[in-house]
Design a binder for this molecule. Structure first.
Ligand code: 4H7
Length: 224
């Protein structure tokens, strides 16, 4: 899968490009991440891409032309890409949306800054608006990285352990509790069943704990 990111801060993406599961997926050519510096599409020598809002008010707005030109250049090489704008007004990202996105060959992620972008870009150039939750952050970059991570983990070969993705029943539940060595620390012990070696019993216990924790902490999830 190919990700193209339009941003004023391409360096931020080194956080996922250079470390961890995404870095490994890039090395294995399972995904590619291209960043596009929006300022490179400015038409003035100061590389401005923003201007004052019509109607007045605080802050600046990203202009149509640089964004539209950048999308056009991406579409020259990747005509079928879906263009996504990360914004608080988007469709809320959940596992269902993630599973729709993994079917795509290519995603272009537009990252807003300042007060956001000129509405005419949203009308004409954007296929889908996505929000990672009901809160505001200073730019779309962190939201884009959340989307890339959540989507990439589902692509075949990206997780070292191929079998570690859960079936859809378990996806709708919270995880069971995890323990590792030592068996006792500060008089806290590990549940006996996990030391029993009886895998059927262990699986049963884990499912039961998942259901219990979901009911306690996120009853809204367990309704299905
Ligand atoms: C679009 C419009 C995504 C994107 C405005 C992005 C939350 C989410 C942004 C803004 C985002 C999400 C720019 C408005 C910074 C506020 C201080 C970038 N916030 N911002 N201003 N929920 N911020 O997915």
């Amino acid at each position: 899968m190919q990700f193209d990111i339009i941003t004023l801060f391409p360096e931020m993406f080194s956080a996922i490009k250079e470390e961890g599961i995404i870095a490994r997926a890039i090395k294995k050519s399972l995904i590619s991440i291209n960043t596009w510096q929006l300022r490179d599409f400015s038409s003035n020598k100061y590389k401005n891409v923003d201007d004052k809002p019509y109607g007045g008010g605080a802050g600046m707005v990203l202009q149509v032309k640089p964004i539209r030109d950048c999308i056009a250049e991406i579409k020259n090489s990747t005509p079928k890409t879906k263009v996504v704008y990360l914004s608080p007004q988007g469709r809320r990202l959940d596992q269902g949306l993630v599973e729709e996105l993994i079917k795509l060959e290519s995603l272009t992620l537009l990252c807003g800054r300042y007060e956001g972008i000129d509405e005419r870009v949203i009308e004409n150039d954007i296929d889908l608006e996505i929000s990672i939750g009901d809160y505001v952050i200073s730019g779309g970059e962190l939201a884009a990285m959340v989307v890339i991570d959540a989507v990439s983990r589902h692509l075949p070969g990206v997780l070292g352990n191929e079998g570690s993705l859960k079936d859809s029943f378990k996806e709708d539940l919270l995880d069971y509790p995890h323990y590792t060595r030592p068996e006792v620390i500060d008089s806290q012990t590990v549940p006996e069943v996990l030391l029993s070696g009886n895998q059927a019993k262990i699986d049963e216990w884990r499912t039961k704990e998942s259901l219990k924790k979901t009911k306690e902490k996120r009853p809204d999830l367990g309704e299905k």
